[in-house]
Design a protein around this ligand. Structure first.
Ligand SMILES: [Zn+2]
Ligand SMILES: [Zn+2]
Length: 263
């Protein structure tokens, strides 16, 4: 749930969306939450000319990870091409394209997906490892979250980013998440709850900040961005949480709207 409230301005109230800029200047996008609106406006403002293909890679299709897409201005430009992808065909029998089209049906939104203008390619590969011609490697892992979600490890030029949001560690820390995160330069990990909140929210599909730190330590990552803040945690709450996190792991910080990290 976006939280555009005065006491949420410091950390930001948009739902999940991350831009990756590779060494060539080409970009890719992780998730299409409400943050993608600002991201799109930013691309236009900077006249970013990647018309051939911008990858939008999704962790999963829960609303907070796709709800910004109808407001993503570059998707209305007929010159632009996007590949929207998620690992795995088993989206409970639904095609990725139909999930995007559904949220733009006239009951919910005035412009249908096919009238936006840009060219979209929807992909649901079964592969979990891929290397593109420019030497960018991608590895995916499925983990526990209702309807399934995927974490991604992305490597270029010896630098590694790992994105693991909407992950619930059942029966201790998921070893697959640790394996995916091994020695990452930056791990972005779900940290929606406090340990106390997690007790009451079993089955809601998220991690506590303590678990995020545990993954970071076990995987020996350099830096940890705690991500996917709870809509009921305001700036004061998050500031205190961030201090606690940094006591336990010096490379930890809370993700904020507009934060840029160079790897
Ligand atoms: Zn989710
Ligand atoms: Zn989510």
């Amino acid at each position: 749930m976006p939280t555009p409230d005065p006491d949420y301005f410091q950390y930001g109230g948009n739902t999940s969306c991350i831009q990756i800029t590779f060494s060539t200047g080409r970009i890719a996008i992780l998730d299409a939450g409400t943050g993608i609106r600002n991201l799109g406006n930013d691309l236009l403002r900077n006249s970013h000319e990647q018309y051939d293909n911008i990858s939008i890679i999704l962790s999963h299709t829960h609303w907070d990870h796709i709800q910004g897409f109808p407001y993503f201005e570059p998707a209305y430009d007929p010159r632009r091409n996007f590949t929207i992808s998620i690992c795995g065909k088993e989206r409970m029998g639904k095609e990725l394209k139909s999930l995007f089209a559904t949220q733009m049906q006239n009951d919910f939104f005035p412009v249908p997906l096919e009238k936006m203008g840009a060219k979209f390619t929807f992909l649901q590969p079964d592969i979990i490892a891929y290397e593109n011609p420019w030497g960018i490697k991608l590895e995916a892992t499925k983990y526990s979250h209702r309807g399934d979600a995927y974490g991604y490890r992305i490597e270029e030029g010896g630098k590694t980013l790992v994105y693991c949001t909407d992950v619930e560690h059942k029966d201790g820390i998921d070893p697959n998440v640790v394996a995916l995160s091994r020695n990452a330069d930056l791990l972005i990990h779900d940290a929606q709850y406090t340990p106390e909140e997690l007790e009451k929210k079993k089955g809601w599909g998220h991690s506590s900040w303590v678990q995020a730190i545990e993954v970071a330590k076990q995987a020996k990552v350099k830096n940890l961005a705690l991500f996917h803040h709870d809509p009921d945690h305001n700036d004061t709450f998050l500031r205190n949480m961030e201090k606690e996190c940094q006591k336990r792991f010096s490379g930890a910080f809370l993700a904020r709207e507009g934060t840029q990290v160079a790897l």
